[in-house]
Design a protein around this ligand. Structure first.
Ligand SMILES: Nc1ncnc2c1ncn2[C@@H]1O[C@H](COP(=O)(O)OP(=O)(O)OP(=O)(O)O)[C@@H](O)[C@H]1O
Ligand SMILES: [Mg+2]
Length: 397
Protein backbone atom coordinates (compact mmCIF):
# COMPACT_ATOMS: atom_id res chain seq x y z
CA UNK A 1 0.00 0.00 0.00
CA UNK A 2 1.09 3.60 -0.70
CA UNK A 3 2.15 5.78 2.18
CA UNK A 4 1.57 9.51 2.03
CA UNK A 5 5.27 9.90 1.55
CA UNK A 6 5.15 7.71 -1.55
CA UNK A 7 2.27 9.71 -2.90
CA UNK A 8 3.86 13.05 -2.18
CA UNK A 9 7.21 12.10 -3.63
CA UNK A 10 5.73 10.79 -6.86
CA UNK A 11 6.80 12.87 -9.83
CA UNK A 12 4.19 15.33 -11.01
CA UNK A 13 3.90 17.72 -13.90
CA UNK A 14 2.30 20.34 -11.67
CA UNK A 15 4.39 23.13 -10.27
CA UNK A 16 1.51 24.83 -8.42
CA UNK A 17 -1.97 23.41 -8.75
CA UNK A 18 -3.58 26.34 -6.91
CA UNK A 19 -2.91 28.49 -9.91
CA UNK A 20 -5.44 26.41 -11.83
CA UNK A 21 -8.19 26.61 -9.25
CA UNK A 22 -11.08 28.87 -10.14
CA UNK A 23 -10.54 30.95 -7.00
CA UNK A 24 -7.18 32.08 -8.21
CA UNK A 25 -6.99 35.54 -9.78
CA UNK A 26 -3.83 36.10 -11.79
CA UNK A 27 -1.80 39.33 -11.69
CA UNK A 28 -3.10 40.30 -15.08
CA UNK A 29 -6.25 39.23 -16.91
CA UNK A 30 -5.39 38.86 -20.58
CA UNK A 31 -8.08 40.14 -22.95
CA UNK A 32 -9.97 42.03 -20.28
CA UNK A 33 -7.70 45.06 -20.13
CA UNK A 34 -10.23 47.35 -21.81
CA UNK A 35 -13.11 46.23 -19.58
CA UNK A 36 -11.00 46.60 -16.45
CA UNK A 37 -9.88 50.06 -17.36
CA UNK A 38 -13.44 51.12 -18.08
CA UNK A 39 -14.58 49.90 -14.67
CA UNK A 40 -11.65 51.67 -13.03
CA UNK A 41 -12.49 54.90 -14.84
CA UNK A 42 -16.11 54.65 -13.79
CA UNK A 43 -15.52 53.97 -10.11
CA UNK A 44 -12.59 56.36 -9.69
CA UNK A 45 -14.69 59.32 -8.42
CA UNK A 46 -15.61 57.12 -5.44
CA UNK A 47 -12.02 57.31 -4.25
CA UNK A 48 -12.67 60.97 -3.49
CA UNK A 49 -16.03 60.27 -1.93
CA UNK A 50 -18.04 61.27 -4.98
CA UNK A 51 -20.98 59.47 -6.46
CA UNK A 52 -20.11 57.36 -9.49
CA UNK A 53 -22.28 56.07 -12.26
CA UNK A 54 -23.70 52.67 -11.46
CA UNK A 55 -22.27 49.87 -13.60
CA UNK A 56 -24.11 46.84 -14.88
CA UNK A 57 -21.98 44.01 -16.22
CA UNK A 58 -23.46 41.23 -18.29
CA UNK A 59 -21.89 38.19 -19.84
CA UNK A 60 -22.16 34.45 -20.02
CA UNK A 61 -20.62 32.20 -17.44
CA UNK A 62 -16.82 32.13 -17.32
CA UNK A 63 -16.29 35.37 -19.22
CA UNK A 64 -14.30 36.93 -16.39
CA UNK A 65 -16.93 39.24 -14.86
CA UNK A 66 -16.22 38.38 -11.24
CA UNK A 67 -12.47 38.23 -11.78
CA UNK A 68 -12.36 41.62 -13.50
CA UNK A 69 -14.29 43.31 -10.71
CA UNK A 70 -12.21 41.63 -8.00
CA UNK A 71 -9.12 42.80 -9.80
CA UNK A 72 -10.45 46.36 -9.73
CA UNK A 73 -11.26 45.96 -6.02
CA UNK A 74 -7.64 45.16 -5.28
CA UNK A 75 -6.45 48.25 -7.11
CA UNK A 76 -9.10 50.33 -5.38
CA UNK A 77 -8.00 49.17 -1.94
CA UNK A 78 -4.37 49.79 -2.85
CA UNK A 79 -5.14 53.44 -3.57
CA UNK A 80 -5.17 53.83 0.20
CA UNK A 81 -8.14 56.16 0.69
CA UNK A 82 -10.91 55.56 3.26
CA UNK A 83 -13.26 54.68 0.39
CA UNK A 84 -14.32 51.07 0.04
CA UNK A 85 -15.66 48.54 -2.39
CA UNK A 86 -17.90 45.92 -0.80
CA UNK A 87 -18.25 42.57 -2.57
CA UNK A 88 -21.56 40.78 -2.09
CA UNK A 89 -22.29 37.44 -3.65
CA UNK A 90 -26.07 37.56 -3.96
CA UNK A 91 -26.32 33.78 -4.06
CA UNK A 92 -25.40 34.08 -0.39
CA UNK A 93 -26.94 37.49 0.45
CA UNK A 94 -30.25 37.34 -1.30
CA UNK A 95 -32.26 40.16 0.20
CA UNK A 96 -31.97 43.84 0.98
CA UNK A 97 -31.87 42.96 4.66
CA UNK A 98 -29.03 40.46 4.44
CA UNK A 99 -27.05 42.75 2.15
CA UNK A 100 -27.27 45.71 4.53
CA UNK A 101 -26.53 43.39 7.43
CA UNK A 102 -23.43 42.06 5.71
CA UNK A 103 -22.15 45.59 5.01
CA UNK A 104 -22.58 46.58 8.66
CA UNK A 105 -20.97 43.36 9.88
CA UNK A 106 -18.01 43.75 7.59
CA UNK A 107 -17.30 47.47 7.94
CA UNK A 108 -18.68 48.47 11.34
CA UNK A 109 -18.66 45.21 13.29
CA UNK A 110 -18.80 47.08 16.62
CA UNK A 111 -22.28 48.34 15.69
CA UNK A 112 -23.59 44.98 14.69
CA UNK A 113 -25.89 42.80 16.76
CA UNK A 114 -28.17 40.18 15.29
CA UNK A 115 -31.84 40.94 15.11
CA UNK A 116 -31.71 44.66 14.40
CA UNK A 117 -34.33 46.04 12.05
CA UNK A 118 -33.64 47.25 8.58
CA UNK A 119 -33.82 50.93 9.46
CA UNK A 120 -31.11 50.52 12.09
CA UNK A 121 -28.83 48.80 9.58
CA UNK A 122 -29.55 51.47 7.01
CA UNK A 123 -28.68 54.23 9.51
CA UNK A 124 -25.40 52.50 10.35
CA UNK A 125 -24.42 52.26 6.69
CA UNK A 126 -25.19 55.96 6.20
CA UNK A 127 -23.18 56.89 9.30
CA UNK A 128 -20.27 54.79 8.11
CA UNK A 129 -20.24 56.43 4.70
CA UNK A 130 -20.69 60.00 5.89
CA UNK A 131 -18.30 59.80 8.85
CA UNK A 132 -15.31 60.55 6.66
CA UNK A 133 -17.11 61.31 3.42
CA UNK A 134 -16.06 58.09 1.77
CA UNK A 135 -17.26 56.49 -1.43
CA UNK A 136 -18.80 53.06 -0.94
CA UNK A 137 -19.14 50.97 -4.08
CA UNK A 138 -21.33 47.92 -3.53
CA UNK A 139 -20.59 45.08 -5.92
CA UNK A 140 -23.67 42.90 -6.25
CA UNK A 141 -22.53 39.73 -7.98
CA UNK A 142 -25.34 37.63 -9.46
CA UNK A 143 -27.65 40.53 -8.72
CA UNK A 144 -30.54 38.82 -10.52
CA UNK A 145 -31.16 36.44 -7.62
CA UNK A 146 -31.94 39.18 -5.09
CA UNK A 147 -35.53 38.69 -3.99
CA UNK A 148 -36.49 42.29 -3.28
CA UNK A 149 -34.28 43.91 -5.85
CA UNK A 150 -36.56 46.90 -6.40
CA UNK A 151 -36.38 47.79 -2.73
CA UNK A 152 -32.64 47.20 -2.57
CA UNK A 153 -31.88 49.39 -5.58
CA UNK A 154 -34.24 52.03 -4.34
CA UNK A 155 -32.72 52.07 -0.86
CA UNK A 156 -29.11 52.17 -1.97
CA UNK A 157 -29.46 54.70 -4.75
CA UNK A 158 -31.77 57.03 -2.83
CA UNK A 159 -29.46 56.93 0.17
CA UNK A 160 -27.41 59.53 -1.68
CA UNK A 161 -30.17 62.08 -1.16
CA UNK A 162 -29.78 61.66 2.59
CA UNK A 163 -26.00 61.68 2.73
CA UNK A 164 -24.36 65.01 3.52
CA UNK A 165 -20.92 63.63 2.75
CA UNK A 166 -19.76 60.59 0.84
CA UNK A 167 -21.72 58.52 -1.65
CA UNK A 168 -22.94 55.02 -2.39
CA UNK A 169 -22.82 53.47 -5.85
CA UNK A 170 -23.48 50.06 -7.32
CA UNK A 171 -21.89 47.56 -9.62
CA UNK A 172 -24.30 44.82 -10.62
CA UNK A 173 -23.10 41.61 -12.28
CA UNK A 174 -25.37 39.13 -14.01
CA UNK A 175 -25.38 36.48 -16.66
CA UNK A 176 -29.05 37.11 -17.44
CA UNK A 177 -29.46 40.03 -19.78
CA UNK A 178 -33.18 40.15 -19.22
CA UNK A 179 -33.16 40.42 -15.44
CA UNK A 180 -33.90 44.15 -15.57
CA UNK A 181 -37.27 43.44 -17.16
CA UNK A 182 -38.72 42.46 -13.83
CA UNK A 183 -37.66 45.67 -12.12
CA UNK A 184 -40.15 48.46 -11.80
CA UNK A 185 -39.35 51.38 -14.10
CA UNK A 186 -38.35 53.64 -11.24
CA UNK A 187 -35.67 51.36 -9.82
CA UNK A 188 -34.59 50.34 -13.30
CA UNK A 189 -33.80 53.90 -14.22
CA UNK A 190 -31.92 54.53 -10.99
CA UNK A 191 -29.93 51.34 -11.36
CA UNK A 192 -28.78 51.84 -14.90
CA UNK A 193 -25.70 53.93 -15.55
CA UNK A 194 -23.01 52.30 -17.61
CA UNK A 195 -23.72 48.92 -19.12
CA UNK A 196 -20.99 46.54 -20.22
CA UNK A 197 -21.13 43.18 -21.93
CA UNK A 198 -18.34 40.64 -21.53
CA UNK A 199 -18.31 38.61 -24.73
CA UNK A 200 -17.50 34.89 -24.70
CA UNK A 201 -13.79 34.32 -25.24
CA UNK A 202 -12.60 33.24 -28.66
CA UNK A 203 -10.31 30.30 -29.08
CA UNK A 204 -7.44 32.71 -29.65
CA UNK A 205 -8.13 34.55 -26.40
CA UNK A 206 -8.52 31.33 -24.43
CA UNK A 207 -5.11 30.23 -25.65
CA UNK A 208 -3.57 33.28 -24.10
CA UNK A 209 -5.40 32.72 -20.81
CA UNK A 210 -4.33 29.07 -20.72
CA UNK A 211 -0.75 29.86 -21.65
CA UNK A 212 -0.48 32.24 -18.72
CA UNK A 213 -1.74 29.63 -16.24
CA UNK A 214 0.22 26.79 -17.78
CA UNK A 215 3.42 28.77 -17.32
CA UNK A 216 2.74 29.22 -13.61
CA UNK A 217 0.97 25.97 -12.80
CA UNK A 218 2.98 23.35 -14.65
CA UNK A 219 6.58 22.26 -14.88
CA UNK A 220 8.50 23.61 -17.80
CA UNK A 221 7.76 21.82 -21.04
CA UNK A 222 4.78 19.94 -19.59
CA UNK A 223 2.19 21.81 -21.60
CA UNK A 224 2.87 22.21 -25.28
CA UNK A 225 1.13 24.49 -27.74
CA UNK A 226 -0.83 21.53 -29.10
CA UNK A 227 -2.53 20.81 -25.79
CA UNK A 228 -3.27 24.48 -25.23
CA UNK A 229 -4.73 24.92 -28.69
CA UNK A 230 -6.92 21.89 -28.32
CA UNK A 231 -8.26 22.86 -24.88
CA UNK A 232 -8.88 26.42 -26.11
CA UNK A 233 -10.68 25.19 -29.21
CA UNK A 234 -12.92 22.84 -27.23
CA UNK A 235 -13.84 25.56 -24.72
CA UNK A 236 -14.40 28.17 -27.42
CA UNK A 237 -16.71 25.86 -29.27
CA UNK A 238 -18.60 25.12 -26.11
CA UNK A 239 -19.30 28.58 -24.68
CA UNK A 240 -16.14 30.63 -24.67
CA UNK A 241 -15.98 29.87 -20.95
CA UNK A 242 -12.55 30.36 -19.36
CA UNK A 243 -13.53 28.38 -16.26
CA UNK A 244 -14.24 25.36 -18.43
CA UNK A 245 -10.99 25.80 -20.35
CA UNK A 246 -9.02 25.89 -17.08
CA UNK A 247 -10.81 22.80 -15.80
CA UNK A 248 -9.83 20.99 -18.97
CA UNK A 249 -6.22 21.87 -18.44
CA UNK A 250 -6.27 20.84 -14.78
CA UNK A 251 -7.92 17.48 -15.50
CA UNK A 252 -5.65 16.84 -18.45
CA UNK A 253 -2.69 17.41 -16.14
CA UNK A 254 -4.13 14.97 -13.61
CA UNK A 255 -4.61 12.35 -16.31
CA UNK A 256 -1.02 12.77 -17.50
CA UNK A 257 0.16 12.46 -13.89
CA UNK A 258 -1.84 9.30 -13.32
CA UNK A 259 -0.19 7.74 -16.32
CA UNK A 260 3.21 8.90 -15.14
CA UNK A 261 3.81 11.02 -18.21
CA UNK A 262 5.81 14.20 -18.27
CA UNK A 263 3.74 16.19 -20.73
CA UNK A 264 0.08 16.68 -21.58
CA UNK A 265 -0.88 14.98 -24.84
CA UNK A 266 -3.99 15.59 -26.94
CA UNK A 267 -5.43 12.34 -25.63
CA UNK A 268 -5.28 13.71 -22.09
CA UNK A 269 -7.21 16.79 -23.15
CA UNK A 270 -9.82 14.62 -24.87
CA UNK A 271 -10.05 12.46 -21.78
CA UNK A 272 -10.38 15.54 -19.60
CA UNK A 273 -13.27 16.75 -21.72
CA UNK A 274 -15.26 13.62 -20.96
CA UNK A 275 -14.52 13.87 -17.24
CA UNK A 276 -15.35 17.55 -17.01
CA UNK A 277 -18.61 17.15 -18.95
CA UNK A 278 -19.55 14.27 -16.71
CA UNK A 279 -18.93 16.39 -13.61
CA UNK A 280 -20.97 19.25 -14.92
CA UNK A 281 -23.99 17.25 -15.91
CA UNK A 282 -24.13 15.22 -12.70
CA UNK A 283 -24.28 18.40 -10.72
CA UNK A 284 -26.75 20.08 -13.03
CA UNK A 285 -29.11 17.09 -13.22
CA UNK A 286 -29.16 16.27 -9.55
CA UNK A 287 -30.12 19.79 -8.55
CA UNK A 288 -32.92 20.22 -11.10
CA UNK A 289 -36.43 21.00 -9.87
CA UNK A 290 -38.92 18.20 -10.31
CA UNK A 291 -40.70 19.27 -13.49
CA UNK A 292 -37.45 19.91 -15.31
CA UNK A 293 -36.27 16.46 -14.26
CA UNK A 294 -39.42 14.89 -15.65
CA UNK A 295 -38.98 16.80 -18.89
CA UNK A 296 -35.37 15.68 -19.13
CA UNK A 297 -36.35 12.10 -18.39
CA UNK A 298 -38.98 12.21 -21.12
CA UNK A 299 -36.42 13.40 -23.63
CA UNK A 300 -33.90 10.81 -22.51
CA UNK A 301 -36.35 7.95 -22.64
CA UNK A 302 -37.64 8.91 -26.09
CA UNK A 303 -34.13 9.30 -27.37
CA UNK A 304 -33.07 5.95 -25.96
CA UNK A 305 -35.98 4.28 -27.71
CA UNK A 306 -34.55 5.54 -30.96
CA UNK A 307 -36.80 5.26 -33.98
CA UNK A 308 -39.92 4.06 -32.23
CA UNK A 309 -41.65 7.42 -32.46
CA UNK A 310 -41.81 8.51 -36.03
CA UNK A 311 -41.50 12.19 -36.72
CA UNK A 312 -41.31 14.62 -39.55
CA UNK A 313 -37.83 15.31 -40.73
CA UNK A 314 -36.19 16.93 -43.66
CA UNK A 315 -34.89 13.81 -45.28
CA UNK A 316 -37.93 11.60 -45.10
CA UNK A 317 -37.62 9.42 -42.06
CA UNK A 318 -34.26 9.38 -40.36
CA UNK A 319 -34.21 11.72 -37.45
CA UNK A 320 -31.13 13.80 -37.95
CA UNK A 321 -32.18 16.77 -35.90
CA UNK A 322 -33.32 15.15 -32.67
CA UNK A 323 -36.73 14.75 -31.11
CA UNK A 324 -39.66 16.99 -31.83
CA UNK A 325 -40.79 19.09 -28.93
CA UNK A 326 -44.40 17.95 -29.47
CA UNK A 327 -43.66 14.29 -28.85
CA UNK A 328 -41.49 15.21 -25.88
CA UNK A 329 -44.41 17.13 -24.42
CA UNK A 330 -46.73 14.13 -24.76
CA UNK A 331 -44.21 11.93 -23.03
CA UNK A 332 -43.74 14.52 -20.29
CA UNK A 333 -47.50 14.71 -19.67
CA UNK A 334 -47.86 10.97 -19.32
CA UNK A 335 -44.75 10.61 -17.22
CA UNK A 336 -45.84 13.39 -14.88
CA UNK A 337 -49.09 11.53 -14.33
CA UNK A 338 -47.19 8.38 -13.45
CA UNK A 339 -45.17 10.38 -10.93
CA UNK A 340 -48.42 11.70 -9.46
CA UNK A 341 -47.49 15.20 -10.48
CA UNK A 342 -49.83 17.45 -12.34
CA UNK A 343 -48.40 18.16 -15.80
CA UNK A 344 -48.03 21.83 -16.62
CA UNK A 345 -49.16 23.35 -19.90
CA UNK A 346 -47.18 23.76 -23.10
CA UNK A 347 -46.03 27.24 -22.20
CA UNK A 348 -44.40 25.99 -19.02
CA UNK A 349 -42.95 23.11 -20.95
CA UNK A 350 -41.23 25.56 -23.27
CA UNK A 351 -39.81 27.37 -20.25
CA UNK A 352 -38.50 24.09 -18.84
CA UNK A 353 -36.82 23.35 -22.15
CA UNK A 354 -35.18 26.77 -22.05
CA UNK A 355 -33.95 26.10 -18.52
CA UNK A 356 -32.46 22.79 -19.61
CA UNK A 357 -30.78 24.49 -22.53
CA UNK A 358 -29.36 27.20 -20.27
CA UNK A 359 -27.79 24.47 -18.15
CA UNK A 360 -26.28 22.88 -21.23
CA UNK A 361 -28.28 19.68 -20.78
CA UNK A 362 -30.06 19.84 -24.12
CA UNK A 363 -29.63 21.70 -27.36
CA UNK A 364 -32.64 23.17 -29.15
CA UNK A 365 -32.94 24.04 -32.78
CA UNK A 366 -35.90 25.54 -34.58
CA UNK A 367 -37.54 23.11 -36.93
CA UNK A 368 -37.57 25.73 -39.63
CA UNK A 369 -40.12 26.32 -42.35
CA UNK A 370 -42.47 23.62 -43.45
CA UNK A 371 -42.78 22.04 -40.02
CA UNK A 372 -45.85 22.51 -37.94
CA UNK A 373 -46.07 25.60 -35.80
CA UNK A 374 -43.27 26.51 -33.48
CA UNK A 375 -41.91 23.05 -33.11
CA UNK A 376 -38.33 22.68 -32.02
CA UNK A 377 -35.89 19.85 -32.23
CA UNK A 378 -34.39 18.68 -28.97
CA UNK A 379 -31.16 16.84 -28.45
CA UNK A 380 -29.73 15.62 -25.20
CA UNK A 381 -26.21 16.80 -24.40
CA UNK A 382 -25.21 13.64 -22.53
CA UNK A 383 -26.08 10.01 -23.12
CA UNK A 384 -29.76 9.19 -22.50
CA UNK A 385 -28.80 6.24 -20.30
CA UNK A 386 -26.75 8.44 -18.08
CA UNK A 387 -29.45 11.09 -17.75
CA UNK A 388 -32.04 8.45 -16.89
CA UNK A 389 -29.78 6.81 -14.36
CA UNK A 390 -29.10 10.09 -12.61
CA UNK A 391 -32.71 11.15 -12.51
CA UNK A 392 -33.86 7.78 -11.26
CA UNK A 393 -31.33 8.08 -8.48
CA UNK A 394 -32.43 11.55 -7.52
CA UNK A 395 -36.05 12.35 -7.96
CA UNK A 396 -38.34 9.88 -9.48
CA UNK A 397 -37.50 7.54 -6.65
N1 LIG B 1 -9.15 37.18 -18.91
C1 LIG B 1 -8.83 36.21 -18.05
N2 LIG B 1 -7.57 35.91 -17.77
C2 LIG B 1 -7.25 34.93 -16.92
N3 LIG B 1 -8.16 34.17 -16.30
C3 LIG B 1 -9.46 34.41 -16.53
C4 LIG B 1 -9.87 35.43 -17.42
N4 LIG B 1 -11.21 35.45 -17.47
C5 LIG B 1 -11.62 34.46 -16.65
N5 LIG B 1 -10.57 33.84 -16.08
C6 LIG B 1 -10.64 32.72 -15.17
O1 LIG B 1 -11.79 31.97 -15.48
C7 LIG B 1 -12.53 31.61 -14.32
C8 LIG B 1 -13.93 32.15 -14.41
O2 LIG B 1 -13.93 33.57 -14.40
P1 LIG B 1 -15.03 34.41 -13.58
O3 LIG B 1 -15.37 33.70 -12.33
O4 LIG B 1 -14.53 35.79 -13.47
O5 LIG B 1 -16.25 34.33 -14.60
P2 LIG B 1 -17.71 34.97 -14.47
O6 LIG B 1 -17.93 35.76 -15.72
O7 LIG B 1 -17.85 35.70 -13.18
O8 LIG B 1 -18.62 33.68 -14.53
P3 LIG B 1 -20.05 33.40 -13.80
O9 LIG B 1 -21.09 34.13 -14.60
O10 LIG B 1 -20.20 31.93 -13.92
O11 LIG B 1 -19.95 33.90 -12.39
C9 LIG B 1 -11.74 32.15 -13.15
O12 LIG B 1 -10.96 31.09 -12.65
C10 LIG B 1 -10.83 33.20 -13.75
O13 LIG B 1 -9.64 33.28 -13.04
MG1 LIG C 1 -19.01 35.33 -11.50
Amino acid sequence: MDSFNDILSRPTIFRDRNVLSHHYIPETLPNREAEISKIMQTVSPALKGDKTKNVLIYGKTGTGKTSAVKYVMEKFAAAGTPSKMAYLNCQVYRSRYSILEKIVKEFVPADYKPGYGISYLYEKVLEYVSSDGKGLVCVLDEIDVVRDLDELVYTLTRSNDELKRGAISLIGISNKVSFKDRLDPRSRSSLVGTEMVFAPYTSFQLREILRQRAGMGFAEGAVGEGAINLAAAIAAQDNGDARYALKLLLKAGELADEKGETAIADSHVEGARLLVDEDVSVEAISTLPKHQQIVLYSIASLQSEGGKYSSLSDNGGSRVNGLLSGEAYERYASLAKRCRTEARGARWFREYLNDLEMLGLVTLTDSGKGQRGHTRFIKLACSPQKAMRLIEAHVLS
